[in-house]
Design a protein around this ligand. Sequence first.
Ligand code: PGA
Length: 256
Amino acid sequence: MAGRRRRLIAGNWKMNGLFGPGRAELGKLARKLLAAPPRGADIVICPPATLLRPFSDLLRELGAARRIALGGQDCHGAESGAHTGDLSAEMLRDAGARYVILGHSERRADHGESDASVRDKVVAAHRAGLTAILCVGETAAEREAGQALAVVRRQILGSLPESAEAANTAIAYEPVWAIGSGKTPTGPEIVEVHAALRATLAARWQEAEKVRILYGGSVKPGNAAALLGLAEVDGALVGGASLTAAEFWPIAGAGG
Ligand code: PGA
C-alpha cells in the first residue's frame, strides 16, 4: 500500500442551520480546532449553501480558514444558465467552498439523481477546482439480497469521470440504511465494501491507492474511533453528529 492516506472528516449539515445559531456553532468548533488541531486530518464542514459565504468570512476572521474547509452539498453540471433554483460548482467556489458532496443518497432519492447525472456533477466540481466527495451505498433491501458490492461497484463505475484524481476526489461509502438510523454495518462488512471499491478502482485507475474512501452513516463520538480504526477507512462523512461542535469535535479528533 502507498503511504498512509491523510484522513478526511467531513460534516454534512444537510438542510439544517440558520445564520445566527450556525455561526455560533461553527465558531465553537473553530476555537476548539485552533486550540488543539487534530493531527493528520483534513476537516470540512458542508453547511447549506446559504451559509457558505458567512462561514467563510467567519473562519477568516478567526484565523481558522486553514483548519476548517467548507463544502457544498450538491451542484449543477453546468457553469451557469437557465436552471432555476440550482447552483453551479463555480458559485459554490465563489462563496468559499473547496469541496462538494455529490450523489448523496438523499439527493438520489429526492431528486432522482442517476449515476450519469452524478458523474456530470463530479466533472463540474473538478472544472471549478472543487474536491468532490462522491457518495455510494446500498439500500437495506439490496444488502439483504446480497447485492451490496454489486450496487456500489455499479455506482462508482457509473459516476467517476476521467477527470478524477486522488487530489480532487474522495469516495464516501454510505449504506442508505445506516444514515440517520443509529445502525452501522459491522467492521468486517465495512472493510469488505471499502476493499471492493478500491479493487474496482484499481482495475482502471492509477490513483486508486491514493484516493480516500470515507465511511458515512450514524458516525457518532462513541463509535468514531472504532470506525476510523478500520483498515481501508480513510475518514468519515458525518451527518447528525456534525451539527454541534460538542459532538463533531471528538469525531474530528478520533482519527488522529
Ligand atoms: P448521519 O448522516 O451521520 O446522520 O447518519 C450521514 C450522511 O448522510 O452523510
